[in-house]
Ligand binder design. Structure first.
Ligand code: IMP
Ligand code: MG
Length: 168
């Protein structure tokens, strides 16, 4: 395992994202929609650094399982508890890889008529895209490594690491 992004670097970036989002949505209340499980730590840190009123909810989508390759299919295994109609929604995701997850999720959520819908992703691997999808806010663009830590797992391990590591 190789350290890619130390804890301090990650924390500074989360602070920057939180300030930017709080500024862009100033005067509004937002609904943060976290994508379980990978986004749980990023979302907790981001939410605590934001300075505007917010509510939170989560979705859970069928994930990579224990492999390091995407299946290309996405399904809800846990839906939202709240309605999106008329709300300013920000989807919070750990990482964009092929883009399939967020493309499909955004499509599903937009159909529920939020007032606005944006996506923040801590990490982005643009070199791995299979569909054309771009997040509105991105923390770090990284090379094509499989990464763990700060919420991200490999076979459910390493989510609690404070930095982000590339698996060799
Ligand atoms: P996508 O649909 O291919 O963009 O996949 C996104 C999802 O795959 C993320 O929400 C992660 O759960 C998982 N994923 C993609 N790349 C990595 C990685 O490098 N480490 C851990 N999980 C990853
Ligand atoms: Mg995920």
């Amino acid at each position: 395992m190789k350290l890619l992004l130390p804890e301090k670097t990650v924390q500074e970036k989360v602070g920057t994202l939180a300030r930017q989002i709080s500024k862009d949505y100033s005067g509004k209340e937002v609904l943060l929609v976290g994508v379980l499980k990978g986004a749980f730590i990023f979302m907790a840190d981001l939410a605590r650094r934001m300075t505007i009123p917010l509510k939170i909810d989560f979705v859970r989508l069928a994930s990579y399982g224990t492999e390091t390759q995407s299946s290309g299919k996405v399904k809800f295994t846990k839906d939202l508890d709240t309605t999106l109609r008329g709300k300013d929604v920000i989807v919070v995701e750990d990482i964009i890889d092929t883009g399939i997850t967020l493309q499909q999720l955004s499509r599903h959520l937009k159909a529920r008529r939020p007032r606005s819908l944006k996506v923040v992703a801590l990490l982005d691997k643009p070199g791995r895209r299979k569909v054309n999808f771009q997040a509105d806010y991105v923390g770090f663009r990284i090379e094509d490594h499989f990464v763990v830590g700060y919420g991200l797992d490999c076979a459910e391990e390493y989510r609690n690491l404070r930095g982000i590591y590339a698996l060799k």
